[in-house]
Ligand binder design. Structure first.
Ligand SMILES: [Zn+2]
Ligand SMILES: [Zn+2]
Length: 126
């Protein structure tokens, strides 16, 4: 019989794999529905709890999208583009160091980190 500890870690790894398998930046409900196909008896509460633990341990990131909380398995630094038509989130890399350097020169700031969220209409919707 499977130990409880092993079951918990299997649930967490499955949730992580589900999230890693998509570029959708999904919310917890979406993740729950996908995970349920693999672990039919998992509860939404368990999914939420595991997502929090994964965020705390730095294995995934949490994004606020108005009232919705989304999750992202891409933990490398990146920026986002949100489609105002379909609501999809895309990973983008828009700023390179030259932009930061010229900004630092122009203003008397020193940028150490940035997080960009751009909005517009995506290719699919266009
Ligand atoms: Zn779109
Ligand atoms: Zn992302």
């Amino acid at each position: 019989m499977e130990s409880i500890k092993h079951r918990y870690s299997r649930q967490r790894e499955t949730i992580l794999q589900v999230l890693r398998g998509t570029l959708e930046h999904p919310n917890a409900d979406w993740i729950y529905n996908k995970t349920r196909r693999i672990i039919p008896n998992i509860s939404l509460g368990t999914v939420y709890r595991n997502l929090s633990q994964l965020v705390e341990s730095g294995r995934i990131i949490r994004i606020k999208d108005d009232a919705v909380i989304r999750y992202d398995a891409n933990i490398k630094h990146h920026d986002h583009f949100r489609c105002t038509s379909c609501g999809r989130w895309y990973d983008i890399e828009i700023l390179d160091n030259t932009v930061i350097e010229s900004f630092n020169k122009k203003h008397k700031f020193h940028i150490e980190a940035f997080n960009l969220e751009l909005e517009g209409v995506c290719e699919i919707c266009l």
